[in-house]
Design a protein around this ligand. Sequence first.
Ligand code: CA
Length: 230
Amino acid sequence: MKPLVLIVEDEAPQAELLRYNLERDGFRTALAGDGEEALLLAEEEAPDLVILDWMLPLLSGIEVCRRLRRKAESAKLPIIMLTARGVESDRIRGLDSGADDYLVKPFSPNELLARVRAILRRSDVSMGSEVIQYGGISMDLGTHKVLRDGKSIHLGPTEFRLLRVLLERPGHVFSREQLLDRAWGRDIHLESRTVDVHIRRLRQALNQEGGADIIRTVRGFGYAIDTEKD
Ligand code: CA
């Protein structure tokens, strides 16, 4: 089943924009327009993640966050706070109240979606039947099946995670350190040339059937997936 995101936002256009982008990206959504409703829906719907506006009628986002944290069922529920305030003390208050992450309005939908996916990955929520597609490659995150131009590609678990990180932001160049961080995890200390070894394996697997090489090496820095190479 697709992950459920509870959107808590009293401004209808903003809520609608969030709903549209999340659903387009493969999430289910529930919507609460005030703090009381947020607590009710968090209990009834058991969402996988909450996007919580700071300024809300009835109960503030901060208070909703605190109350969710106090209950055992939602103590570990991932929460992203949204706010128009950008000052450091507010940021700290937001995180102190138990939010996992924080976004200052206005933010781009892509930035939000990247944060949502990162938090869900950290908290091990299955992305259900989500399929990532780019440049003839399709990755099914539920079944772990990878296809290139319709033909099955066999990848080891590390190559699978690397491909996923690269495919989630096509064209973006990731440094070796960023790839280590995202595909192996923050607490693992490996040499950056480990990344090169696994990129080589990933390349071999993807190019087995003779397609164009879509992994771009940026010398001395890192890698990207790109169909428009110079
Ligand atoms: Ca608001």
